[in-house]
Design a protein around this ligand. Structure first.
Ligand code: ATP
Ligand code: MG
Length: 312
């Protein structure tokens, strides 16, 4: 892991980043009510009025990851709630890097990452929530979806030919299908929330210009070539259709129990800080505690101590 050049607390003090300030910034990116939501009200270049150098941002991020790790231990020990983070974005918005950083300081046993690619024949033989449902985090765990069931109202909507390969009964494919799918997703998330799964959805909101810059750097730098797929350019041509599909999806599914974070993604340091802060914010809200030892358990622990001490 990269060495810290600054102490997280020192950076937070220098930039006057108090918990209150962080909560305010998060509120500005959080969408809990879809009505009236417009993507164009959110600037991909927003950095909450901050600019800091890479090392300072890294120190802050590691501070956030440490806090996350502490929450996660309690989440695991308490074994009641689960946290599901859904990550959605256009190509090169930084999903993979975000996941890598979030994961860098937490116990791997408590976190599971699932990447959703185009569904294979087995998934296509089921309803569209089937494979997500199988990948949900168990109680006490954090689940990260790298893409998700939202692809069913994003890529499938932008390319309706995918829909026609899904073997749905023809009668069920009507002009209402996207609205129906969004309703299904909203109802599913309501259900999950009532089962103790805390849902956070992140849209890493990248500008078209910044995507171009990142694609070009993937082409220019040899060691980044592998990240570039020719398909990425094809999808870029559908930029506006994707933005509309995202806007619609956020409108239809933002709710207090399943908020969207529209994360400005043109500056990676900022988007990563927002994601980790949002996870910490949600976990803090659960007021997690290590399970208390009952009098009976305490007695058993004391008996175990005596037994160990009596050993020759
Ligand atoms: P990277 O950022 O590393 O490229 P990625 O998430 O883009 O990662 P890819 O393997 O490049 O991974 O792409 C996965 C593809 O699978 C995406 O184009 C996505 O739209 C597609 N996909 C995911 N879910 C579905 C779905 N339900 N139906 C059709 N396509 C899907
Ligand atoms: Mg890709």
């Amino acid at each position: 892991m990269k060495r810290l050049k600054h102490e997280p607390e020192a950076v937070a003090a220098k930039y006057d980043i108090s918990p209150k300030r962080v909560a305010k910034l998060l509120a500005r990116h959080r969408v809990e009510e879809g009505k009236g939501f417009r993507l164009k009200d959110h600037d991909p270049g927003d950095t909450g009025g901050q600019s800091m150098d890479k090392d300072e941002a890294h120190a802050l991020l590691m501070g956030g990851v440490e806090a996350l790790s502490e929450h996660q231990e309690k989440l695991y020990a308490q074994d009641q709630w689960a946290l599901l983070c859904v990550l959605q974005a256009m190509d090169a918005a930084g999903k993979d890097g975000t996941i890598k950083h979030v994961m860098s300081g937490v116990n791997p046993q408590g976190v599971q990452v699932t990447s959703f690619k185009a569904p294979g024949p087995e998934a296509l033989d089921h309803d569209f929530l089937w494979r997500s449902n199988r990948a949900l985090p168990e109680r006490g765990r954090i689940g990260i979806f790298n893409r998700s069931y939202y692809e069913e109202v994003l890529v499938v909507r932008v390319h309706p030919e995918i829909l026609h390969k899904q073997d749905l009964p023809k009668k069920l494919i009507t002009k209402h299908i996207w609205k129906e799918r969004l309703e299904a997703i909203a109802a599913y998330e309501q259900f999950l929330a009532r089962q103790g799964i805390v849902i956070l959805k992140f849209f890493l909101h990248l500008s078209k210009d910044e995507q171009k810059r990142r694609f070009l750097s993937r082409l220019d730098e040899k060691e980044k070539n592998w990240k570039f797929s020719v398909n990425d350019i094809k999808e870029r041509a559908f930029w506006d259709a994707y933005q509309e599909a995202y806007e619609d999806a956020i409108r239809a599914t933002a709710a207090p129990h399943a908020p969207w974070y529209v994360v400005p993604a043109d500056n990676k340091w900022y988007s990563r800080l927002v994601v980790v802060a949002a996870m910490n914010h949600a976990l803090r809200g659960l007021d997690l505690k290590f399970p208390e030892v009952t009098a009976e358990q305490h007695e058993a622990l004391e008996a175990a101590r005596k037994q160990l001490e009596a050993e020759a």
